[in-house]
Ligand binder design. Structure first.
Ligand code: X2X
Length: 346
């Protein structure tokens, strides 16, 4: 009796599945067969993993109606990462997980995260992205013609070079440092006495390998996965001067093309993927013994952790740049961010 009931129940479940299965998988006629998702870094890095998780969640939850393909290396804009935002707005790119640094030439508010020594710890990043300041930044992006859905994280950008240990600003004197294409970075490194040069990530690695540049700054997860110790990066300074969040976005026309149900799925999947990606990006750095730092030390890299006085020397040297850019970004927004950080829970 029991068995028969179970069988009958299973039969109903199966026939229901067969009835809704193919219909649900059928995408509306205006949907594209593939949506192009732009990334600087692929799934070997936390950043690319975030994109992969987003794409998989969307595929599963829409039963294949929305099919996302990853384009790492910012290949849809020939590697020119500072042109990515414009390409999303114009529809050359459908979706992206992008760094605030790369989009800051188009959206001035995104320079907030690149203000030197604004965010002393992870709680400070969260105080901005998870609060009213984050909402205002999303509004600025939307005004710029692109739909922001969720936050992720690239990470704290630590300084490496091939020449010698850097403990104080004077140690940077004359060092050729590769920076991302944003004027604020050029000004910060110039204020420190370095010789900054702007180039894409694609060009940075050969430039480090050939010695055309001496150093660079990037999160440790990138240092490790890109094996920067093999391109002469023997000295690493943990100074925590800036961190770049990632933002999950969609082109506006693409968004408008989707049904309200699918929009909700894509947005929730971005939030879920962003949370997972942030946890992956912080792995090895939030634990007390920081295994990520140990791993790099084990590669033969000299790792220098600045003490309070040394860090202070960098803060002082970059303060004029901070003050100038506070005005350029918008004093009310930066002041609000400073207050949110001061009030953060630790
Ligand atoms: O180019 C970089 O340094 C990278 C990969 O971190 C960004 O795209 C901001």
């Amino acid at each position: 009796m029991r068995i028969r009931m179970w069988l009958a129940g299973a039969g109903v479940a199966l026939s229901t599945l067969m009835a809704i299965g193919p219909a649900a998988a059928q995408a509306p006629a205006n949907y594209k067969a593939e949506y192009k998702l732009s990334l600087v870094l692929g799934p070997a890095f936390p950043w690319g993993k975030g994109g992969e998780i987003w794409a998989n969640l969307v595929r599963e939850r829409t039963q294949g109606r929305i099919n996302i393909k990853l384009y790492p290396g910012t290949s849809l804009v020939q590697g020119d990462q500072t042109r990515e935002f414009t390409a999303i707005r114009q529809g050359v790119i459908d979706m992206a997980v992008g760094s605030t640094i790369n989009w800051s030439p188009q959206i001035k508010e995104l320079n907030l995260f690149s203000l030197p020594f604004l965010m002393p710890d992870y709680a400070a990043i969260d105080a901005i992205t998870q609060g009213p300041v984050g909402e205002q930044i999303f509004k600025a992006i939307e005004k710029g013609g692109v739909l922001p859905l969720a936050w992720g994280e690239n990470g704290y950008r630590e300084l490496s070079n091939s020449k010698h240990e850097v403990k104080l600003p004077q140690d940077l004197k004359g060092l050729k440092i590769r920076v991302v294409g944003s004027p604020l970075f050029l000004e910060t490194f110039t204020a420190l006495g370095a010789n900054p040069t702007q180039m894409s990530w694609a060009d940075a690695q050969p430039a480090l390998a050939s010695g055309a540049v001496d150093g660079q700054e990037n999160p440790l997860a990138i240092f490790t996965a890109a094996k920067l110790h093999t391109v002469a990066q023997k000295y690493l300074t943990l100074w925590g001067y800036v961190a770049d969040p990632l933002i999950f976005v969609v082109n506006r026309d693409v968004w408008n093309q989707w049904t309200p149900e699918d929009r909700a799925i894509v947005k929730q999947a971005a939030i879920d993927a962003g949370k997972q990606e942030t946890a992956i990006a912080r792995q090895g750095m939030v634990e007390a013994d920081r295994p990520q730092v140990k791993e790099i030390g084990a590669l033969g890299v000299t790792v220098t952790q600045l003490d309070a006085a040394q860090r202070d020397a960098f803060v002082k040297a970059t303060r004029p740049v901070y003050d100038k850019w506070k005005k350029q970004i918008g004093e009310p927004l930066v002041t609000q961010a400073e207050q949110a950080i001061a009030a953060r829970k630790r």
